[in-house]
Design a protein around this ligand. Sequence first.
Ligand code: SF4
Length: 324
Amino acid sequence: KKTLIEVKGLKKYFPVKKGLFNKTPSYVKAVDDVSFTINKGETLGLVGESGCGKTTTGRTIIKLYEPTDGQIIYDGVDIAKFNEKQMIPYRRKMQMIFQDPYASLNPRMTVGDIISEPIMIHNLMDKKAAQERVQYLLNRVGLNSEHANRYPHEFSGGQRQRIGIARALAVEPEFIIADEPISALDVSIQAQVVNMLEDLQEDLELTYLFVAHDLSMVKHISTRIGVMYLGKMVELAESNELYSKPLHPYTQALLSAIPIPDPDEAASKKRIVLEGEIPSPIDPPKGCRFAGRCKYATEKCREVTPELKDVGGGHMVACHLYDK
Ligand code: SF4
């Protein structure tokens, strides 16, 4: 397995607007010292509740946000501090698929122009070749090449997501961040889009970071899954391993919330209900950030931040329960 991306100690803090009375500047610590790798050709699922930092992590890796600190090593090159000009070749290699395909498609542009825009920006081919490529891409995502002349509002949500995917593919990227790409779609359409993303991955040798708020959405597509909580990575493991042997109390709670279709099995599995709220990412508590909601929390948990450590076979967890 070759590493495509290595993220080391990534931080993204957003300054909080100063009011009349708060004199010291404060920050939302959206991503707070996160490290992980993404292997070539795999799908890394990134999961957690809203506000956990998963979307910010994705956007910072492709430098839609400037990282506050840390390294983003893409194919051996640290791009964390690259300026816009240095980023140009990487902008092409890294593309994004958005949650709301309608909001991300310009309503006044034809589908053909939407898909070919990145090709024109990167100056990859002449108009004629770009038109042909648009038709190829439309077919590739299961749409009709005649659709190039139409406008986004003429399409269903699922079709619009296909258009967004065609646009992302237009410049032949290597790495795609899919930010909750199926959350806004009907359940019946979700599987179709996931299957299509998997086919494309195989054919085009793509690497995915697949962001979702719910473990059931990433189960099928992910090679490995990372679970985030309040700006920290709390567990990271191979997909089957994470589902069969979740170690972090937070992952266990997330998994127990997935409905099980088989009533017998459902009866034997207790849902873990998390008490309390996620603390504010402004000045998060010291020690383990999950301590306020964890039934195993000890004094040590409230004092010492648990590091993400490999407890065997690449299964990583940040929890004092597994301290040797
Ligand atoms: Fe719970 Fe402590 Fe583990 Fe945090 S470190 S998840 S508080 S047991």
